[in-house]
Design a protein around this ligand. Structure first.
Ligand SMILES: NC(=O)c1ccc[n+]([C@@H]2O[C@H](COP(=O)([O-])OP(=O)(O)OC[C@H]3O[C@@H](n4cnc5c(N)ncnc54)[C@H](OP(=O)(O)O)[C@@H]3O)[C@@H](O)[C@H]2O)c1
Length: 377
């Protein structure tokens, strides 16, 4: 049973520990949960800032619904970072519901997010609880941009781009968990929203995204489709929404695109165990260990949304820093609202809709993590 109101699940992981940094900054006590308590203790001692002033406990548990319910009970909010979420996420979502906790997570994996909405949205709503996937850099920054664009009357079509600098996999920047999640995208349907329906992108879809911050177009991919088409499907303001992701200072996207094409040609129809082995081999070869803490001179981001209506056209951009550190900040911003009982909606909901895009943007701006501009076109 959790002694404290916030559970950080995946407490031995890179993002879990960054969430703890921000919780400690806000003097919020937490229960750190993972499958190996000794590893949590060692990693926290190495990585978590201000640990000496934290109020916390560590609990080791198996990753099963029953075991997690026992641990989560007593808490109010579960911050879940155990991914890939298509593989592990729903177990924790079910456990948080049974334990009477809100559940927020760090993933943008579209097929998992659809499953959460379809299997758990109503149950969380009936319980008066929030289940808010994607309370993370990807794709809350793009969603903040989209919401800023939607402030222009008449906008009903969105195109978003998430452009990041830094990730080079093995050379430092992307964690083991993220790499595993990225390559899990190969076997998921990746959809955009077209006239209120989720439609699969054609195999091999790419986009050359143009932004005035860059000299050259940025080679981008649907990256699983992102969370935004799902979040906007039942939003009466938006008919269509498509989203792309690109890394702008290196050729990682080309590499991933090449692997995606190889997947379609050689592995797509293999049995799941064989596919698991292929993904494991790719993950092991790209990310051998936990990367260092992000630096502001290296990890920078540009997320923008173009909104169009019959005559309206607007471009909203969020310039950001340190995507993983910002993810910890967003989770903590959400936790603060949930502990205060302040949410605009319960059930399946995006972070922007639950807590307000202006609140999240303000939280990031105040900490030097984001800056937004809006231009009428
Ligand atoms: N959308 C975004 O902007 C964003 C930002 C940050 C993170 N993320 C996502 O968040 C997830 C975590 O990322 P990360 O950077 O924290 O990765 P990480 O450093 O590899 O940490 C993963 C955590 O999950 C645990 N875990 C892995 N497999 C498990 C299993 N079978 N059972 C129980 N626990 C398990 C790990 O425990 P052990 O230490 O025992 O292995 C660790 O605590 C990824 O899916 C990533 O894509 C997304």
């Amino acid at each position: 049973m959790a002694k404290y109101p916030v559970v950080v699940y995946g407490a031995s992981g890179y993002t879990g520990m960054l969430i703890m940094d921000w919780l400690i900054d806000q003097q919020i006590p937490f229960t750190a949960v993972a499958r190996n308590a000794k590893r949590v203790q060692e990693m926290m001692a190495q990585r978590v800032v201000r640990l000496e002033s934290a109020t916390y406990e560590i609990i080791e548990t198996e990753h099963t619904v029953d075991a997690l319910v026992k641990v989560f009970k007593g808490a109010k909010v579960v911050c879940n970072t155990v991914g890939p979420f298509v593989n592990f996420g729903l177990t924790a979502v079910e456990a948080a519901l049974k334990a009477g906790c809100h559940h927020i997570d760090t993933t943008g994996e579209q097929s998992y997010i659809r499953a959460v909405r379809d299997q758990f949205g109503d149950l969380y709503r009936q319980a008066g609880l929030v289940v808010a996937p994607s309370t993370a850099y990807m794709y809350a920054f793009a969603e903040i941009a989209a919401e800023l664009a939607l402030e222009t009357h008449g906008v009903d079509v969105l195109e978003t781009a998430t452009l990041c600098r830094g990730p080079r996999f093995a050379a430092a920047g992307v964690t083991v968990g993220s790499t595993a999640s990225i390559f899990e995208l190969f076997r998921s349907e990746q959809c955009y929203l077209w006239e209120k329906k989720l439609v699969p992108h054609a195999p091999g879809t790419t986009a050359n995204v143009i932004d005035p911050s860059f000299v050259q177009p940025v080679f981008s991919l649907p990256w699983g489709g992102t969370s935004l088409p799902v979040f906007y499907q039942n939003d009466p303001r938006v008919h269509s929404c498509s989203s792309y992701v690109g890394f702008y200072d290196n050729n990682v996207m080309q590499l991933v695109h090449g692997l995606g094409q190889k997947w379609d040609a050689e592995y797509k129809d293999l049995p799941r165990e064989h596919q698991d082995a292929v993904i494991k081999q790719i993950v092991d070869s790209t990310t051998p260990s936990m990367p260092p803490r992000e630096r502001t001179t290296v990890v920078r981001t540009v997320d923008f949304a173009i909104g169009r209506g019959q005559l309206a056209a607007v471009r909203a951009t969020v310039h950001g820093l340190t995507a993983y550190i910002s993810t910890g900040a967003l989770q903590t911003a959400a936790v603060m609202k949930l502990l205060d009982g302040e949410t605009n909606k319960v059930g399946f909901v995006s972070a922007c809709k639950a807590f307000g895009h202006r609140y999240l943007l303000g939280f990031l701006e105040q900490r030097g993590l984001a800056r937004a501009t809006v231009t009428q076109l």
